[in-house]
Write a protein that binds this ligand. Sequence first.
Ligand code: ADP
Ligand code: MG
Length: 417
Amino acid sequence: MATRTNLIEELKKNFGFDTFKGNQEAIIRNLLDGKDTFVLMPTGGGKSLCYQLPSLLLDGTAIVISPLIALMKNQVDAMRNFSEEDGVAHFINSSLNKAAIDQVKDDIMAGRTKLLYVAPESLTKEENIEFLKQVKISFYAVDEAHCISEWGHDFRPEYRRIRPIINEIGSHPLIALTATATPKVQHDIQKNLGMIDAEVFKSSFNRPNLYYEVRPKTQNIDRDIIKYIKSQSGKSGIIYCLSRKKVEELAETLKVNGINALPYHAGMDSTTRTQNQDAFLLEKVDVIVATIAFGMGIDKPDVRFVIHYDIPKSLEGYYQETGRAGRDGGEGQCITFYMNKDLQKLEKFMQGKPIAEQEIGKQLLLETAAYAESSVCRRKLLLHYFGEEYGEENCGNCDNCLNPKKQVEAQDLLCAV
Ligand code: ADP
Ligand code: MG
């Protein structure tokens, strides 16, 4: 087993980094000891490395369950960049043809593959389960583990089948990772994955470099946004809108007003979508106007602002989306436009869904509205939501701290949280 010093050596040799970030090292040691491990770490904290490095050090192949096909390919490419062996990382998802899958299986059976990414819908396929039964597995990693919980912002029913399938394939140590840290979601994950006794590694979710502000949403919102972006000349930013239609409209309005912007939503054809995403990553455009389909796994370090045109459906979602600002530790302004009427619009969207889902949706929405309407430090409220107490009286980097409203009002609201 790797000792303290040579774990750093392995990090350097395989990934080119000099030090671990946050509690990566403790997490990796726990997993290398064969223990179930639960990681709560904000977006950009470096969760992938917590399973990538151990996979290289242990015998066999680590199975990584991850929900997004685009993300998977990125991660596999990144791993291959670091390694001389092309087969070191692979993925199995619905985008592969038969020949490609055979190649993957050959590499795995020959012991060349340390890391296999599997989409949840591929994991549930009988032929893949049969195949995985023959594989020497080092451990399982469940990335974006909040997908297992209805209280998370991205519930995926197939995630509920992970534990039974693991039992069928064969039990090995399990690491679950997420950036969604509400106590409810955490409990759901541990229960559903059968890892109540896992060692839990929770990082602070505070992002001191992010500035939070909620502005009233008026008829002049487009003008307000244009003015804001012009004051940020040349900086990169993301604007989230609820509907695809609004995404298209706003991108057009911005363009007409001389702002270099492109739209992104799941209804666009995939070529245009990729082009627009790449244009943003390569800094050919400053602003991307998008639905929440944009951003998971996007690692652009210098996004300087994230604007919410509409109130997000939950504070988890809000935190994920705003979390894409300032990943390099530099400035990141998170500005949300809020009007009470938007709540009704969102509730309407939920109609037709199963009652239980509507109830959860409403609850999450109410919490978001309470945040938007509060005059308490935004950072304190957000961290409280994630089960973390923020000790400072004044964070110095949100609208409510920089421009405090009446104290009495603030006290009242804090009691209501
Ligand atoms: P998360 O999944 O937690 O959002 P990622 O795993 O995508 O985060 O990592 C975010 C960024 O941090 C990536 O660019 C990654 O290469 C980088 N990173 C991870 N670990 C380290 C480290 N020990 N030193 C420097 N950079 C790191
Ligand atoms: Mg990740």
